[in-house]
Ligand binder design. Structure first.
Ligand SMILES: Nc1ncnc2c1ncn2[C@@H]1O[C@H](COP(=O)(O)OP(=O)(O)OP(=O)(O)O)[C@@H](O)[C@H]1O
Ligand SMILES: [Mg+2]
Length: 311
């Protein structure tokens, strides 16, 4: 067991940010923590890396207590924090050597590390001259500079464009292949579904559910569904009466959407068959499998922000 959290509580004054959570992360696993803003994700990470002292409970990383063995632990972990910054006039290459100098052990080549995160060309660029996404990549590189065994990534891909995000995903997959253990937090369900071996859904400081994405989807994702994008005035009830259509009208008065929860894929095929036999003129037809997005929605009762929903 690489990470062990037992009954972790963290209070800020009288406010309980993390409320008695427990989980473990095994060697070589990617463990994801997802949850809305203020759920306690960053606080949890900070307790694990020794930046904050737990109010109660037990935390251990690589068999060490982050509070007691902070110095030894920091040699062996890599951390990318959600809110990091560097002096504006520090160059990319300088930042790497500077960070590398803190550690007894560093990666064999800082050059190839820069290449790994796609910053090879920016080695002599000042921090202030980097784009948001490039800064993010630099912080990943800095988290990897000591060739850590355990890596903490707090919102790895926030602020990255879809291409940058995919790049980071393959970087994380590479790290996993190298046998690293990774704890990451994110708001992107697509990211968690692709990367995480196991996931904890955190909300209001509590873990609402935990398991592999497949387990969570099976337990909380709901059923598959058919979505019809209709032409104005069309009504699926007219053609297929007696089905539990949920109708959604757009605010702009645009075409109506009709959603039909399905028992299984067999029913999906039947309904599609019936639909095609009618004269209904629909704009688009979607067959949606339940996803982590649905798990999140069903558990937290909050839809993800629109900008997050389709990365
Ligand atoms: N230093 C602090 N003092 C007081 N309250 C804090 C402090 N840091 C965080 N909090 C509060 O604790 C709660 C959890 O914060 P945390 O940063 O862990 O959430 P998060 O899940 O990382 O959120 P986000 O998705 O926005 O990054 C929030 O309500 C936050 O306002
Ligand atoms: Mg956070």
């Amino acid at each position: 067991m690489i990470i062990q959290v037992e009954g972790l509580v963290k209070d800020y004054g009288s406010f309980r940010a993390v409320d008695t959570i427990s989980f473990t992360v095994e060697e070589g696993e990617i463990f994801g923590i997802v949850g809305p803003n203020g759920a306690g994700k960053t606080t949890t990470v900070e307790c694990l890396i020794g930046l904050r002292k737990p109010t109660a409970g037990r935390v251990s990383v690589l068999g060490m207590d982050p509070q007691e063995d902070g110095y030894a632990l920091r040699e062996r972990i890599g951390v990318q924090l959600q809110t990091s910054t560097l002096p504006s006039r520090m160059k990319v290459g300088e930042a790497l050597s500077f960070f590398a100098s803190f550690y007894e052990k560093a990666v064999p080549s800082l050059e190839s590390l820069l290449e790994q995160v796609g910053l090879a060309e920016k080695k002599n660029r000042y921090f202030q001259g980097l784009s948001g996404g490039e800064k993010q990549r630099l912080f990943i590189a800095l988290a990897l500079v000591n060739d850590p065994q355990v890596i903490f990534l707090d919102e790895l891909t926030t602020g990255l464009d879809p291409r940058g995000r995919r790049h980071m995903w393959s970087l994380v997959e590479d790290l996993k292949k190298q046998g690293k253990t990774i704890l990451l937090t994110t708001h992107f369900m697509e990211e968690i579904q692709r990367l995480a071996d196991r996931v904890a859904i955190l909300s209001g400081g509590k873990i609402l559910a935990m398991g592999t994405p497949q387990e969570l989807i099976a337990a909380y994702g709901g059923t598959p569904r058919l979505i019809l994008h209709l032409r104005p005035g069309e009504d699926p009830e007219r053609l297929l009466p007696g089905k539990a259509w949920q109708k959604v009208s757009h605010e702009d008065g645009g075409p109506l959407k009709a959603i039909l929860p399905l028992k299984d894929m067999r029913e999906a095929a039947q309904v599609m068959h019936q639909l095609l036999a009618t004269d209904m003129d629909f704009q688009a037809l979607e067959l949606q499998q339940p996803s982590m997005e649905d798990v999140y929605l069903n558990l937290t009762g909050k839809p993800l922000e629109v900008e997050n929903s389709h990365a």
